[in-house]
Design a protein around this ligand. Sequence first.
Ligand code: TYD
Length: 390
Amino acid sequence: MPIPNGFLGEKDLNKTEEKYELSCLICESCGLAQLSNIVNPDLMFKNYVYIPSMSRVMMENFNNLSYQIYNNFNLNQDSLVVDIGSNDGSLLSFFKNYRTRVLGIDPAENLAKIAELKGIPTEIKFFDLKNAKLIRNKHGQADVITATNVVAHIDNLHDFFKGISCLLKDDGVLITEFPYFVELVRGNEFDTIYHEHLSYFSLKPWLKLIKSHGFEVLRTQKSPIHGGSIRIIQKKQKEKSENPNSKNIVNHMAFPEEEHNIYNRDTLSDFARKVGSLKIELTTLLKNLKRKRKKIVGYGAAAKGNVLTNYFNIGPEILDYIVDSTPYKQGLFTPGKHIPIYAENRLTIDRPDYVLILAWNFAEEIIKKEMTFRKLGGKFIIPIPKLKVV
Ligand code: TYD
């Protein structure tokens, strides 16, 4: 599989593309699912093309997160909020509106520049213990650390947590948000498994990890982001023994994992079988439509879409192009399948018959936005969690 965000310019199309093994394994002892192979992070994160501010739903999620944290933890103008994996400063811009001090940390130079233009100071760095020490010396300790959609990308999780312990004040709070492995399996979200995501967390391994670094859970919350995520608010444990309230939360939350047999081999084999069936169903549908000379295009040049098109072998002979709102992606070609990417307004000009929503996690938002396309007789194909034509 090529790197899923490895979009290509026209001049690179004839060059050989690097491909990397993509297999996901689960630890039968702690329950953590991880990739077997790690691609050099510099290749994936130095020039990053994913920006959450392209989605209204993501921005609402950030707005709601900042509101919750600002109010529940009595932040003020002296409080420092640090966002790890700060991207273009989308989340921090909401904290900035509350006038707290903010600092972003992200290795992507292109996105850090955008954040700086919004007035969000950004350290262009990967986050680890070494850099946490440098940042603490320069900016002081943080009252709040946020890490949304970032822990899955971290290779050395223990060093990452040591960095957080070093940068966070003793009475500070850490907010993490990551896609929930239970939802991945239940929702057939196989295409969210790719090289950038090294770990697929459920609560059992997460709690084991944070406990080993002296953190305890204050609150957990589900969110619909990225096909079903989980937000966890945690703090450094003060007493030797765990706070009973935290234990309660944990007992309550661990339940869905056992209920859905997520650690059972049969459940996981069944998941793999379902992916195989989806491949047959979807490619048969698309080929039949092509036989009827229907014009089909894709919506959302998401990394997950690149996994789906490569794994299901869906190329430009089926999807004429993909539309995407991200300016960086427009004019480029998808990795592996080399499907061209255009701006969203191409749909209105071109009026294809079918649109395959590759960014299925935003299906509702996309369908609402493209109401006219549907009114004029266009149809949407949603592949995940279950194949649907609407
Ligand atoms: P996303 O699913 O967020 O991420 P990943 O790359 O991790 O799989 O990607 C969604 C893509 O869809 C992103 O490139 C932006 C695009 N998009 C649109 O083009 N229009 C829209 O209305 C929305 C919500 C997303």
